[in-house]
Design a protein around this ligand. Structure first.
Ligand code: SGN
Ligand code: CA
Length: 529
């Protein structure tokens, strides 16, 4: 008996470290406002002019999810969905404005940490309350800055670092990997500010798109016909709302003697943070181009459409150049895994808190349930589990990340979590985990986007705008750019009925609140005028 017992103990003792070692590390690389159209693996219209070889490498050596969506297309809320595995109304972080993330609730970090993982989050956080259940954190305050950014460390101290945020975030991630306890698996969230507004590229990437004409989307000049009457009232147009100094990099001094129509002016806070030498490099790039543009503008040779096109080109150059450093960061992290024999047992994910409009519908920004901002990039490499080159069609959502991470770690997910592990799809890319995804947007009118709630299936999308009592229905197969609302079209009567049923069912399944619960009357009235 004693022999059997000691044999059992011996077997357990030898198994335990093996099990620990088998549990994969999870490297979660996350950016802010990175649209699928700006990742070449997704094959969008910008793939040729702005390739992202390192993000593509994750997709090529692993899987690329095209039907990947957020639950609420805005920064803090998306991050809260990821940590909690729940929709916004359940995790309590409904909008960027308001109270911070309630850290007393369950999070995936708490489970992983409790289950023996070393946890770290570095870079953009945006949840207002300090991270909990992370062995190490070093975060940007709020939105953070691109140049010479301030970081807040675990002792609560703020410190300014010389350089460019994307590079510094990567340096910090690598430094943490170097000093982590190699006997435990790790969960590292490396979270970039880029390519968020103000779309400020690293100095080394300025000019890398000079002379390139960036392809325009077919609906750069959308007239919003057939869709919600709130659309023409939007405040996120390249035409009317992109600011000259803040977004388009024309400094006040350069705009002397010319009146450029302006929605609002925010000045040049990013430029003001630069050192004299950084400013000199920046100016050497922008000043001659700005002068040429202003001269043309003064000469009256630029008509309205040409002006929108010029802004689009300038916006895209800056945005895509900003992405370059993010892609380089991914490359550095992949190299690190290779050089430290970690690649085989590390799951690498690249994602972003939501998508972004790169001129589609004439817009920048996000928030809407239209495809470009509803989608989140999601590419994942996991040697031995995910088939290289897989392109699953499964509908996945950010509330699925937490249960998926726990599944990877061989841990159970609490019942309260609303997401579903995508592990079946990782093992077999033909699998599906659901037929539809639910969406809810609760902000109170920033960029004049009203609250809306909807459902998307593989082929259609239905959403409701309670402030104006309007329904929108899109046929994603025949109208992928969502230019035609077919809600009242009799040919869609059956589809409409089915989508309403699915929508009601999802709202009930997720225990969604009433439309009035988070919609102050003054906003509803404003929208309906
Ligand atoms: C800021 C930006 C907005 C942006 C939000 C949310 N304005 O408010 O354009 O939509 O952040 O972005 S700015 O003048 O401050 O740049 S989010 O990614 O944090 O949700
Ligand atoms: Ca964002």
């Amino acid at each position: 008996m004693r022999r059997i017992l000691s044999l059992a103990i011996l077997t357990l003792a030898t198994l335990a470290p093996a099990l620990a070692a088998d549990r994969p590390n999870i490297l979660f690389i996350f950016s802010d406002d990175h649209a699928l159209n700006a990742i070449s693996a997704y094959g969008g219209r910008l793939a040729e002019v702005a390739p992202t070889p390192n993000i593509d490498r994750i997709a090529n050596e692993g899987a690329l999810f095209r039907n990947s969506f957020c639950a609420n297309s805005i920064c803090g809320p998306s991050r809260a969905c990821i940590l909690s595995g729940k929709h916004s109304h359940k995790n309590g972080f409904l909008r960027n404005t308001g109270a911070g993330f309630d850290q007393s609730q369950w999070t995936v970090a708490k489970s992983l940490h409790g289950g023996g993982y070393q946890t770290a989050v570095i870079g953009k956080w945006h949840l207002k309350t300090d991270p909990v259940a992370f062995d190490y954190w070093d975060i940007l305050p709020g939105q953070g800055s691109y140049y010479n950014p301030v970081f807040i460390s675990m002792d609560g101290k703020q410190k300014r670092f010389d350089g460019y945020a994307t590079d510094i975030t990567t340096d910090k991630a690598i430094q943490w990997l170097d000093r982590r306890d190699a006997d435990k698996p790790f969960f590292l969230m490396c979270q970039h500010k880029a390519p968020h507004r103000t779309f400020a590229p690293a100095l080394r990437h300025l000019g890398t798109l000079d002379g390139v004409t960036i392809p325009e989307p077919s609906n750069l000049f959308d007239d919003y016909a057939t869709r919600s009457r709130t659309l023409p009232k939007n405040e996120m147009e390249i035409d009317r709302h992109m600011t000259w100094a803040y977004d388009l990099k024309l400094r006040k001094e350069e705009m002397q003697g010319v009146t450029l129509p302006e929605f609002r002016s925010y000045g040049t806070p990013e430029y003001n943070r630069m050192t004299e030498s950084q400013k000199a490099t920046w100016d050497a790039h922008f000043a001659p181009k700005n002068k040429a543009f202003i001269d043309d503008y003064k000469a009256g040779t630029i008509d309205h459409q040409a002006l929108v096109r010029w802004k689009y080109q300038r916006y895209m150059q800056n945005y895509l150049e900003t992405v370059k450093a993010v892609d380089e960061s991914v490359g550095r992290l992949l190299d690190y895994l290779d050089n430290h024999q970690l690649a085989d047992n590390t799951v690498v994910i690249y994602s972003s808190d939501q998508g972004f409009y790169l001129g589609e519908h004439g817009w920048f920004d996000k928030r809407w349930m239209f495809e470009e901002s509803f989608t989140m990039p999601f590419v994942i490499r996991w040697p031995g589990v995910v088939q290289p080159g897989a392109k699953p069609t499964a509908l996945i959502q950010n509330i699925d990340y937490a249960p998926t991470f726990l599944d990877m770690a061989g841990m159970d997910t609490p019942d309260e979590v609303q997401g579903t592990s995508i592990m079946p799809v990782l093992k077999d890319s033909d699998q599906q985990i659901r037929d539809s995804v639910y969406y809810a947007y609760y902000e109170l009118g920033e960029h004049a986007v009203p609250q809306h709630f909807g459902v998307r299936t593989h082929t259609h999308k239905l959403f409701y705008l309670p402030w104006t009592d309007e329904w929108q229905l899109f046929d994603l197969v025949n109208d992928p750019t969502e230019m035609r609302n077919v809600y009242s079209d009799q040919n869609y009567a059956e589809v409409r009925k089915q989508l309403h049923e699915t929508y009601d069912q999802l709202r009930s399944q997720y225990d969604a609140p009433s439309y009035e619960a988070y919609a102050p009357p003054q906003y509803r009235e404003k929208a309906s005028r």
